[in-house]
Design a protein around this ligand. Structure first.
Ligand code: G6P
Length: 610
């Protein structure tokens, strides 16, 4: 949700800022801008609506250079995605970029208007720039003035500020939107995500909630929310880790789909004993806590929510533990009743999703037994603030539509269910041993599904002309159907819905005709016969069927029915395996339609605003 980059150096930083923006474009891509203090000590700026490429073109035509600067790629909240609303915003000698929402911007704007300030944008951000100019009239030092301004802000923000009158520093503040400082030699950097800065450094300091930082060439000073100077740990990443490169793939999404066998393997590493899940993987205190859990509440958003829905089936079946799953934006504001001995599990790829974080904070101050984060980003707020965590080892996910993060989340959740089942004495050792053995075979099975890509791409051609699509499944395949529908709508803009197959006759069947394809995920389990009857109901109404099933399903392609055969696998692992062809289908439909696969319209990867 908006990407921020900043730098203070003794060389021209324009190219570094632009490269940073390119790497952060997944966070927002409706406009972009850059501001620098030039060789004469003047503030210069270039902004464009549209993608970073438009800004790049503008800079080719009218180059800017400077050694102190900030840049921004936007996902609009207040004000349309136009050039005048694009960041950085100026006031006097101050330039500023912002990620988040200033909730009291209207009151601040009225005050500033009364003081004679004119606004040149419709954003909530511009008030901060004017506040700083106003504050500098009475507080000479830029850092002190910035501290005073930040105290007046309500809402969420990641901020980066430069000032032409005091060009020896870059300032940053974090409240609700992540920021990381990149440490160089005689130069320092700032960004929303370390990925933006891997081009220049591998040493990082993560700002914590409420932190404010003064970043100079040789020095970084940080104050916490109470204004006390603090030291934050420096984290080093080994070279080569966290690559954000598409490699030979046409899109990040396709690369990430194909990375799944490898990242699944990584997610399992060190977490399996010979026949059981290792409890140490969940951190200190997990063993003691898990033995007491009698209820689980899962909260998440988007794709991560779908992973939570799968976990509900697993938790109740394998661990005998009652489980509720809720979208975080509802859970956070509702009057909730905490069940006895309840573990709150939040699931998030980024660990920065505003609603999921708020739900975790609500639970942390409530009467839950403990909170646990299943997350892909080890340095994220969610991981830091939860009592326990289990990391999905998917590596950076750049495509806005989540793929490898989802399947590795599923693996983590299955490990959690097995660990809870054992701790509660509910899980039979033989069942655990069988699932552990199957988990070891899973990456290879997923590889076999990936090898079906050509067939799926052919099928996708038929979908490109459709306007609507239904996905159905039963049991754990219902959330898989939900995830398939979400992928298709996110990147191909085809209206797609998912239903538990048994619900078809209670409404959606009315929509079925020759123009409404129905996609079914149908592994060979005790629900297969029931599902087959539901599929007959679709055929009887002329609906075209695409069925993903295994060789033992007894389903065969015929007029209006295409069956794609997947490898046979233990029923416990079908949610992971059956998700993969649906990802490939959505991807190839989007490619046929020519949509922007990695950066679909109106969406963003990391939703750090409500
Ligand atoms: C956005 C992304 C989705 C993601 C959701 C939750 O909507 O586009 O891909 O599933 O946020 O994000 P999280 O990082 O919390 O999993």
């Amino acid at each position: 949700m908006c990407g921020i980059v900043g730098a203070i150096a003794e060389r021209n930083i324009t190219a570094i800022l632009l490269e940073g923006l390119r790497r952060l474009e997944y966070r927002g891509y409706d406009s972009a801008g850059i501001a620098l203090v030039d060789g004469e000590g003047a503030l210069r700026r270039s902004r464009r609506s549209g993608k970073v490429a438009a800004l790049e073109q503008a800079l080719k035509e009218q180059p800017l250079s400077g050694q102190l600067g900030i840049a921004h790629t936007r996902w609009a909240t207040h004000g349309a995605p136009t050039q005048r609303n694009a960041h950085p915003h100026f006031s006097g000698s101050v330039a500023l970029v912002h990620n988040g929402i200033i909730e009291n911007h209207e009151a601040l704007r009225q005050r500033l208007l009364a003081q004679g300030y004119a606004f040149s944008s419709d954003t909530d951000t511009e008030v901060i720039a004017h506040l700083l100019t106003e504050q500098l009239k009475t507080t000479a030092d830029l850092t002190d003035a910035f501290k005073a301004v930040v105290r007046q802000l309500e809402g969420a923000y990641g901020l980066a500020v430069i000032c032409a009158a005091q060009p020896d520093r870059l300032l940053a503040a974090r409240s609700g939107s992540p920021l990381v400082i990149g440490l160089g030699h005689g130069e320092n950097f700032l960004a929303s995500d370390p990925l933006a800065l891997r081009q220049v450094t591998d040493r990082f300091i993560y700002l914590e909630e409420g932190d404010l930082a003064e970043i100079q060439h040789q020095r970084v000073q940080i104050w916490n929310a109470d204004g006390e100077p603090v030291r934050r740990e420096t984290v080093e990443y080994p070279q080569g880790e966290q690559s954000a490169d598409k490699g030979a793939y046409r899109h990040f999404m396709l690369k990430e789909i194909h990375e799944q066998p490898a990242v699944m393997q990584r997610t399992l590493e060190g977490r399996l004993q010979e026949n059981a899940v290792s409890l140490e993987a969940f951190g200190k205190g997990a063993a003691e806590c898990f033995g007491k859990v009698t209820n689980v509440q899962i909260v998440a958003c988007g794709t991560s929510f779908n992973a939570g829905l799968v976990a509900k089936y697993w938790l109740e079946a394998l661990a005998g533990i009652s489980c509720q799953v809720e979208v975080a934006s509802e859970f956070r504001y509702r009057d909730t009743v905490t069940p006895k001995d309840c573990l709150l599990v939040c699931i998030s790829q980024s660990g920065e999703t505003a609603d999921t974080l708020a739900a975790l904070r609500k639970a942390n101050s409530g009467d839950y037994l403990a909170t646990l984060a299943v997350c892909n980003v080890p340095t994220s707020s969610l991981v830091r603030e939860a009592d326990l965590h289990l990391l999905a080892q998917a590596g950076p996910e750049i495509g806005v539509a989540s793929t490898k993060a989802f399947t590795t989340q599923l693996i983590c959740l299955l490990l959690l269910c097995l660990a809870l089942g054992r701790a509660r004495g509910h899980l039979d050792n033989a069942v655990e041993a069988e699932l552990v053995a199957e988990l070891r075979r899973l990456p290879a099975r997923v590889g076999e599904v990936l090898a079906m890509e050509k067939k799926i791409a052919l099928l996708a051609e038929r979908f490109a002309e459709k306007h609507h699509c239904l996905f159905v499944g039963r049991g754990t395949q219902y959330p898989v159907a939900l995830e398939g529908a979400l992928k298709l709508k996110e990147i191909s803009y085809i209206h797609a819905e998912a239903y538990p197959a048994g619900e078809l006759k209670h409404g959606p069947l009315a929509l079925v005709d020759a123009d409404m394809p129905v996609i079914a995920v149908a592994p060979n389990n005790e629900l297969l016969e029931k599902l087959k009857s539901n599929l007959q109901e679709v055929r009887a109404r002329g609906g075209e069927l695409v069925v993903f099933a295994d060789a033992h399903s007894g389903l065969e392609s015929s007029e209006g029915v295409s069956v794609l055969t997947l490898p046979a696998i233990h029923d416990g692992l079908t949610p992971v395996l059956y998700t993969v062809p649906l990802q490939l289908l959505a991807y190839h439909v989007a490619v046929h339609k020519g949509t922007d696969v990695d950066q679909p319209r109106n969406l963003a990867k990391s939703v750090t605003v409500e």
